[in-house]
Ligand binder design. Structure first.
Ligand code: HEC
Ligand code: HEC
Length: 485
């Protein structure tokens, strides 16, 4: 099967085997972190961001003792007490969500050479390299907890060169770049790079500086320009080959996505644009607030664990097992059918053993509460009455799940939109979006593709589609209620 992954010249997930796979190349050592406090006026402001959202991840910390127990998922449930097993599932799941690449560095570094674009020619790679300023500009986030004190001081004083790719390499060495894992050899050179779930489904609270702060697991990273990041890769030929097109076209398609968007269906059906010429990508959704929700993804591909397996195997290109004969439908999924994506099986399965814990962790992530005074309480109360009354929103968005218990899928016509994205899913339908935590992802708009720029626009759309005859004031109240969820 001509899967673009598994080119087999990168190290395993945690092992150091193969780390010197690229030793033939000219490289310069990466500056040691302690010494990156070199001059250069920082081109960004470092004042504390005001109104930083409250941290909402559950109080689960990785327990170094239980984390070493070599059992996971159902095995853990059998061996440990229910309480200890649950805690271990959450600990493991958090670790996988934040840290596991599932072996996908064989694709991102090994095949696409993304590591070389990050390094830049000055550090033995190609091109200008990725400076921290450019990385933050593309929406990548830095976990302040991974930064040593000295570095934080230097950053606060503006003494770190944020325009040098060598600084990015130092940040990667500290494993401080959320969702990106750099692998370094003994001489300190970057050998490959992998991605994790946290890349798209985490952000930071900006408590140290814009883009630098404490992790917020499960939050959609609506700043992240996935298309621009993939577009940096020196070798996009494998993707062009898959799609039966050329690299220029691949780059043009990646350019259409923009911040906060990704197209999880592109490598299944090869559909690069909507019929109206717009981008075919969808917004990155939150990975929190899923507990009790039936279908996962905007078009209901499957459950949370279904989708985790799908993404880890087919989007991140980790090494695992994935089964879905629906992808054999060559009319709907020509690319997936041609390449047997519905019957993926890597030699070593680095995904399946992690699915139970990964699911448990995601389901443990509650949608965060909106900050006090971020909405008008009295208006929200009036909006609540409309939601369950005149506006009849709760016929589909049933509180407190805000989606239907049971079958929660609808045809485009039922909500007054086209079926383009629905028809890219085996369900040909849209899932009633759960609404808790809407306030965390206002950027990029609403509905699966962000077609409505604001909640006002969403409510206006429903008012027209369903002939609700809501006054302007009632529409505003409804919006305040949505912001309170
Ligand atoms: C490159 C960005 C990216 C990465 C990496 C990524 N996702 Fe996603 N994720 C998305 C996008 C985009 C969607 C929306 C797909 C859709 O609705 O068609 C999504 C959807 C989801 C959903 C469904 C949410 C809902 O509202 O039902 C879950 C759950 C999820 N991802 C979990 C994960 C996990 C777990 C990982 C790691 C194994 C992961 N994702 C990796 C971009 C990403
Ligand atoms: C017929 C069922 C149905 C009714 C009635 C309905 N919705 Fe929805 N709603 C949906 C579906 C399905 C989606 C997902 C659309 C998509 O992803 O493109 C959605 C999406 C949304 C979203 C966007 C969520 C996001 O994350 O982007 C908001 C906000 C929303 N609805 C609010 C409301 C309000 C307010 C009402 C009442 C005026 C309402 N809905 C009535 C089915 C319904």
């Amino acid at each position: 099967m001509p899967r673009p992954s598994n080119a087999g010249r990168s190290p395993g997930e945690t092992g150091s085997d193969g780390l010197s796979a690229r030793k033939g190349r000219r490289r310069r050592s990466v500056a040691v972190v302690g010494s990156i406090a070199l001059g250069g006026v920082v081109a960004m402001s470092y004042q504390m961001a005001s109104g930083a959202p409250a941290v909402s991840t559950p109080a689960v910390s990785i327990n170094p003792v239980t984390a070493q127990v070599a059992v996971s998922g159902t095995a853990a449930q059998r061996k440990l007490s229910p309480k200890a097993a649950n805690q271990k599932l959450l600990d493991d799941g958090k670790r996988y969500f934040r840290r596991s690449t599932f072996g996908d560095q064989k694709f991102w570094g090994g095949t696409l050479d993304l590591d070389r674009a990050i390094e830049g020619a000055a550090n033995g790679g190609v091109g200008p390299g990725l400076s921290p300023a450019a990385a933050l500009g593309a929406g990548l986030k830095v976990d302040v907890k991974a930064l040593p004190k000295r570095l934080k001081k230097a950053l606060a004083k503006g003494k770190v060169n944020l325009n040098s790719p060598a600084t990015t390499l130092a940040l990667l060495k500290l494993d401080s770049v959320v969702g990106v894992k750099g692998y370094f050899n003994k001489s300190g050179n970057l050998t490959t790079v992998g991605i994790r779930c946290a890349l798209c489904h985490s952000t930071v609270d900006n408590s140290f500086a814009p883009g630098i702060g404490k992790r917020l697991d499960g939050w959609a990273n609506r700043d992240l320009n996935v298309g621009a990041i993939i577009g940096m890769a020196p070798n996009l030929q494998p993707i062009a080959d898959l799609l039966h097109t050329d690299v220029k076209t691949v780059k043009a398609v990646l350019d259409t996505w923009g911040p906060g968007e990704f197209d999880a269906q592109l490598l299944m059906d090869g559909k690069a644009l909507r019929p109206d010429g717009g981008a075919a990508s969808t917004l990155i959704p939150p990975a929190f607030g899923m507990l009790g929700v039936n279908q996962s993804t905007s078009t209901g591909w499957g459950s949370v664990t279904y989708w985790n397996a799908f993404v880890a195997n087919l989007e991140m290109h980790g090494e695992g097992t994935f089964n879905d004969p629906r992808l054999d439908d060559a009319d709907q999924f020509p690319i997936a059918a041609e390449n047997g994506f519905g019957h993926t099986k890597a030699k070593v399965d680095r995904i399946t053993p992690k699915l139970a814990a990964l699911q448990a962790y995601q389901l443990s992530l509650a949608a965060p509460k909106p900050p006090k005074r971020s909405f008008n309480k009295a208006a929200a109360k009036r909006g609540k009455a409309l939601f369950g009354g005149q506006a009849a929103c709760s016929t589909c968005h049933v509180p407190p799940l805000f989606t239907e218990p049971g079958f929660n899928m609808h045809k485009g016509e039922e909500i007054g939109i086209d079926n383009f994205q629905a028809d890219r899913s085996p369900t040909h339908m849209y899932r009633t979006a759960p609404l808790a935590g809407l306030w965390t992802h206002k950027k990029g708009g609403f509905y699966h593709d962000g077609r409505f720029a604001s909640l006002n626009d969403v409510v206006k759309h429903y008012d027209t589609t369903f002939g609700l005859h809501l006054t302007e004031a009632q529409q505003k109240d409804l919006v305040q209620y949505l912001l309170s969820l």
